[in-house]
Design a protein around this ligand. Structure first.
Ligand code: GAR
Length: 193
């Protein structure tokens, strides 16, 4: 990852599919003086994503792409990102798998947050699987995105203890709270701040 040169904030796009609570926390973070990023674009594969509301609230450009024809859509998406001079992409609850071609176009510049202690529990339904295995701990991970699912270099992780009567919902709430701190901290870390 190229380091921050001078004090200009990196033009960042956040990709979402749902609620967008990580997006909200990243927007709040981006407005801080110490933050190395400025969020210039919100991308969603789902026009019903609740998180799109933050584009209106914070007056950030948004673009919605249906991923039905992935090759065609990714071409349009890449040119939109280039047009907006995007330098960093943060996946935040984005539920599409990006192609190798897309990832190569932004090599080393795509981050993801995942609600488990990677490399454990890659993929979907992490909380259910963690509880089924009777794990004592779970957590969240921010990592670089490479061509293998949830397997890029880990930047930061936060561990949380699983309570006795934990449910998937309570665990998700507990982990999300940590995600909101972990993503900004991971961004500070990659810029050596
Ligand atoms: C978060 O828990 C994030 O880690 C997870 O989706 C949730 C999105 O919440 N991402 C994945 O599972 C990616 N595989 P949000 O829309 O409120 O930020």
């Amino acid at each position: 990852m190229a380091l921050l040169i001078g004090s200009r904030k990196k033009r960042t796009a956040v990709f979402i599919s749902g609620k967008g609570s990580n997006l909200k926390s990243l927007i709040k973070f981006s407005k801080k003086k110490k933050s190395p990023i400025s969020i210039c674009l919100i991308v969603s594969n789902n026009y019903k994503a609740k998180g799109l509301i933050y584009a209106n609230i914070f007056k950030i450009k948004k673009k919605i792409f249906s991923f039905k024809n992935k090759i065609f859509v990714e071409k349009k998406l890449i040119s939109e990102l280039k047009k907006n001079k995007i330098e960093l992409i943060c996946l935040a609850g984005f539920m599409e798998i990006l192609s190798n071609h897309f990832i190569k176009n932004f090599s080393g510049k795509i981050l993801n947050i995942h609600p488990s202690l990677l490399p454990k529990y890659k993929g979907l339904n992490t909380h259910d699987r963690v509880l089924k295995k009777k794990e004592k701990y779970s957590g969240c991970t921010v990592h670089y995105v490479n061509s293998r699912l949830d397997a890029g270099r880990i930047i930061l992780q936060k561990k949380v203890k699983i309570s006795e009567n934990e449910t998937s919902k309570s665990l998700s709430r507990k982990i999300l709270k940590e995600e909101h701190k972990l993503y900004p901290n991971a961004i500070l870390k990659i810029f050596n701040l």
